[in-house]
Design a protein around this ligand. Structure first.
Ligand code: TXA
Ligand code: MG
Length: 313
């Protein structure tokens, strides 16, 4: 069995909304990565997400909204959280906020936490679908648990084809890296996952330092296990050149062959290509060497994903 794939059109958005309303699962394009969407208020549909992804139950999901009204019905925004949302929404920033009593997002999606991860995606088809649907959609990345995130409709089909009801094909994702996840504690903003919005930009907008969440700290950030983004191949990081038998993920000018994330050394371009190139190399090699990537801007998120992909227990 295969899953139907449809281009983004008003008719296919309406069809997607209908499928979601019946408890079905639809893979949707967002600017970060493709998401596997379900009605956030439907516990059965959410349970199917976990089953289809092969994801451990305790890993909570992000609720996707498409208006301030929808966001405020689900979560409580402190002045600091509001400032962040106003600066970066719609966009690649997820905020972890206190869940509002009476919100529609199912407990199962929050994995029983009293907080909710919430994001307003910028991708036009995603926002249009949420608006037509009229309530939040939960959407984890549309890959099998442990695989790299899909940045094209073909990646979704390769991982989940035959297991979901529809794939909306919106072309390649413009950011190509999951959203940055930001929480707040008594001392201010806390980075839970580096992603599509560089941490420096958040600190700049807030005029505050953003602390990086430590492994044993208060805010609950499950799903951040070291081996979360593992390809099958063994990765060797910070490699100036490949050794015999290794595939090479290059970066910048004068690189010794391989697939180049950005020949001009542009970290934004590199983020858009990271997952697709890791997938392509993983299909051809058992060992992949990766060039050093600078740690500023989106380099922080790229290096985070690479170190997870390299981790073996
Ligand atoms: O860009 C993205 O964020 C994509 C697109 C589809 O929106 N989604 C995505 O979802 O990456 P997912 O489920 O693959 O990753 C969500 C992360 C998980 O690590 C989860 O543990 C964390 O968000 N998370 C969700 N709710 C949380 C909460 N209440 N507190 C802390 N972490 C939370
Ligand atoms: Mg994921």
């Amino acid at each position: 069995m295969t899953s139907p794939i449809a281009p983004v059109l008003p008719e296919t958005i309406a069809l997607a909304a209908e499928i979601l309303g019946e408890g079905g699962l639809v893979a949707i394009p967002t600017e970060t990565v493709y998401g596997l969407a379900a009605d956030a208020s439907n516990a059965e549909a959410i349970a199917r997400i976990y089953e289809v992804k092969g994801r451990p139950r305790f890993n909570p999901l992000i609720a996707h909204v498409a208006s301030w009204e929808m966001a405020e019905a689900e979560a409580e925004f402190s002045p600091l959280a509001r400032k962040c949302a106003e600066a970066f929404w719609p966009g690649a920033l997820t905020l972890v906020l206190p869940a509002r009593a009476g919100g529609r997002v199912s407990d199962l999606a929050r994995a029983g936490l009293d907080t909710l991860a919430i994001r307003w995606p910028a991708q036009k088809a995603a926002a249009a679908l949420i608006t037509v649907f009229g309530r939040p959609l939960v959407a984890p990345s549309a890959n099998r648990s442990g695989h790299v995130s899909p940045t094209r409709a073909e990646h979704v089909l390769a991982d989940l084809g035959g297991r979901i009801d529809l794939v909306l094909d919106g072309g390649p994702c413009s950011v190509g890296m999951e959203s940055t996840i930001l929480g707040f504690d008594a001392d201010g903003p806390v980075l839970l996952r580096p992603g599509g919005i560089p941490t420096e930009r958040i600190a700049e907008v807030l005029g505050l330092p953003v602390r990086v969440h430590g492994p044993d700290e208060g805010i609950n950030a499950p799903g951040q296990t070291k081996a979360h983004y593992a390809p099958k191949a063994k990765l060797r990081l910070n490699a100036a050149a490949p050794e015999d038998g290794e595939g090479y993920l290059a970066f910048g000018p004068n690189s010794p062959g391989g697939l180049n994330l950005s020949p001009t050394g542009d970290l934004v371009e590199a983020a858009t290509k990271l997952f697709a190139m890791l997938r392509a190399l993983d299909q051809r090699f058992e060992r992949i060497a990766v060039a050093p990537i600078p740690e500023h801007g989106l380099g922080e998120a790229i290096n985070d994903r690479l170190s997870r992909a390299a981790h073996r227990d």
